[in-house]
Design a protein around this ligand. Structure first.
Ligand code: MIC
Ligand code: SF4
Length: 640
């Protein structure tokens, strides 16, 4: 067996471990972050469970940190009180980005982790089976419910050789994105093997598994080996280490080979993470802003590399450069080593230890600006500036641009190769992590006026008759559907308000039109809903009356979120039918035969009809017809 199969087998509750089959597994750990967490905990509350049933659940506050008004602070207080009450650890603002802190302080090889954030696969760098899910699935896991997924295919990504100076882990995942695109990993786990893995530290492995989210993979995973043990020993957690290795005769569904020593410095161009070219191909392009940080590239190794490259130098006068350290542990180390001095002397702006600019929470670039970011996503508008051109690259490439004022291959600067000592120790200080109350029954939950009750869906019966309220192309991301950023993110606990921004970057008139239509249907292309795990991309359209989405194909987490909120996900049997539908057409979806796996769609405007598939199991059909998972699960537990 490979590692993926071994971990799944150890956690299997039901189903057959055959690729594509529905399986249910037990979840050991959960994590949430504040932008998805407030909703996840409102849902957990609605499930009526007093204490989380997992081995460990952690609630992080790292996204909504720009406290412009009362909203985010209200949400933080809510999260802190609800964690204390229900047995959840709370990582306070300032402690760090959820994935970085989880790697440092909580991840355990061989365990299962779901997180209400699509970059939860960062934990795969430690040998965990770590998956991003919608908030409701995280809530259900906390309540002790099994987690349902399709048994993934397992792709062996065999690494050989070792990285050349100034070429880094980020270039490995950018190369993978170049080869397989943002759709290439759907339904698959990327499992890393080969002698090349011994040359990569845990944070480097985590950079790769983190951004595996961008190829649409269910997750990505490295073995847990001596390097993992040493990483955990430095975190004073070696007693939690276990080896996780594939059998020598393990079988995989596919093979991708990457020789690390042949890799170049790479960069993803606007506005998709798979628009990857060699840095050399676009060298010389003028740059306005550079930001280093995010859950992909904010480990101490990443930032120490930056400090070493900047030492004794100045950031170019036309560049505004920002740094977001991944955790308090990382920031403190930079202070202790004096590397923060080199960074400050070079003229870098130190931003908060948070997601920050990655999610458009501050530090937005100017009009038409070119911004180089060590992040994982460069979707249109995500920086907070629609006209900006965002590029994704490694810290090495980012610093080279910051020094030169233009896109530059770091290998051409004649700098000393940055070094990293894997034995580097850290001050272990968990004082910003609050333990829950033993009992919890006396803890009062704080609910500020920003926290509005969860809207519910009344369910569907017989047929859906509605208007095509929007028709979109391929690769629509959840950032298109439900934008984030400093203005919109604080509304995550207030669905009536946040729904006014649905599809804002594509069509600002959408919310009004959808409301006026009553029942809405959305038509989309391939890989619809890729990107983040935000369930608001399902919940807010549901609130506006959307009851079905008919597309060429769906991304995994968004599909699960649609089911969870009672929106019927349909795919074209014949992709040509996509062309026959226009916005404002009236469609009727006949559900009488839904159990056959197909439904009939009649286009009343065009006088035509065709078949559409749905990927739903019997259980999921019942969930959608019931108006979503919350009502369904509650009913099940009450009747059980
Ligand atoms: C993101 O990177 O887009 C986020 C913000 O972390 C999201 C979650 C969210 O929308 O809150 C993610 O990736 O899941
Ligand atoms: Fe935060 Fe950005 Fe990572 Fe999302 S991708 S968790 S916003 S740092």
């Amino acid at each position: 067996m490979n590692i993926t199969q071994k971990i799944i087998k150890n956690h299997l509750i039901s189903g057959e471990m055959k690729a594509g089959e529905k399986i249910a597994i037990k979840i050991d750990q959960t994590l949430t972050q504040d932008a998805t967490g407030t909703m996840a905990y409102l849902q957990f509350e609605a499930l009526g469970v007093q204490k989380v049933q997992t081995e460990l659940s952690v609630s992080y506050i790292d996204h909504n940190m720009l406290q412009n008004g009362f909203m985010n602070a209200d949400d933080h207080a809510f999260l802190q009180s609800i964690a204390k009450k229900h047995g959840i650890y709370l990582s306070k603002p300032g402690n760090g980005i959820c994935h970085q802190v989880h790697l440092e302080r909580f991840g355990i090889p061989g365990k299962t982790l779901v997180g209400s954030d699509s970059h939860t696969p960062t934990g795969g760098g430690l040998g965990m089976l770590a998956m991003g899910v919608g908030g409701l699935d995280a809530a259900l896991s906390m309540a002790g419910q099994p987690f349902y997924l399709n048994m993934p295919k397992v792709v062996e990504v065999r690494l050989t050789g070792s990285l050349k100076p100034f070429v880094s882990a980020k270039d490995v995942i950018l190369e993978l994105l170049r080869r397989v695109t943002v759709k290439g990993g759907v339904g698959k786990v990327m499992e890393f093997t080969g002698p090349g893995i011994e040359t990569l530290t845990v944070p480097e492995r985590a950079t790769i598994t983190n951004m595996g989210a961008e190829i649409g993979a269910t997750t990505s995973i490295f073995p847990s080996d001596e390097i993992t043990r040493q990483f955990m020993a430095i975190q004073e957690r070696d007693e939690q280490w276990v080896a996780v290795q594939a059998d020598s005769d393990a079988v995989y569904d596919d093979l991708i080979e990457i020789d690390l020593s042949t890799l170049d410095t790479m960069i993803a161009q606007p506005h998709m993470p798979d628009q990857v070219v060699k840095v050399k191909e676009i060298e010389g392009k003028e740059v306005n802003q550079v930001v280093v940080g995010s859950c992909t590239n904010s480990s101490y190794k990443d930032i120490s590399t930056l400090a070493q490259m900047l030492k004794g130098k100045k950031v170019h006068e036309n560049i505004s450069m920002g740094l977001l350290p991944g955790s308090k542990q990382v920031l403190r180390k930079l202070v202790q080593t004096g590397e923060l001095d080199s960074i400050l002397d070079a003229g870098v702006r130190i931003l908060e230890t948070s997601c920050g600019a990655c999610i458009g929470m501050g530090f937005s670039p100017g009009t038409d600006a070119v911004t180089l970011r060590t992040f994982n996503r460069n979707f249109l508008g995500r920086t907070g500036t629609k006209s900006a051109q965002a590029y994704l690259c490694s810290p090495e490439v980012a610093v080279a641009a910051a020094l030169e004022g233009k896109i530059t291959d770091p290998r051409d600067l004649g700098l000393d190769t940055p070094v990293y000592d894997v034995n580097t120790t850290f001050t272990i200080d968990d004082s910003l992590i609050l333990a829950p109350d033993e009992d919890g029954s006396n803890v009062e939950i704080k609910r500020g006026p920003n926290i509005k009750p969860l809207p519910l869906n009344e369910g569907i019966s017989g047929k859906i008759e509605g208007t095509v309220v929007l028709k979109v192309e391929d690769d629509i991301t959840t950032d298109h559907i439900m934008p984030a950023g400093a203005k919109i993110l604080p509304l995550r606990s207030n669905v009536p308000e946040i729904s006014k921004h649905v599809f804002e970057v594509i069509d600002p008139a959408f919310p009004e039109r959808a409301k006026a239509a009553g029942t809405g249907i959305i038509i989309g292309g391939e890989n619809y809903g890729q990107g983040s795990s935000r369930e608001h991309a399902a919940l807010a359209p549901m609130y506006l009356g959307v009851r079905a989405k008919l597309v060429k194909s769906f991304a995994r987490i968004h599909l699960a979120n649609l089911v969870n909120f009672g929106i019927l996900p349909l795919t074209f049997v014949n992709p040509a039918d996509y062309d026959s539908i226009d916005q404002d057409d009236k469609l009727a979806v006949d559900l009488s035969d839904i159990e056959s796996g197909q439904v009939t769609v009649t286009n009343q405007t065009k006088g035509s009809s065709f078949k559409a598939d749905h990927p739903l199991s019997q259980r999921e059909i019942e969930i959608v017809l019931a108006g979503g998972a919350l009502g369904y699960v509650k009913k099940q537990t009450v009747t059980a």
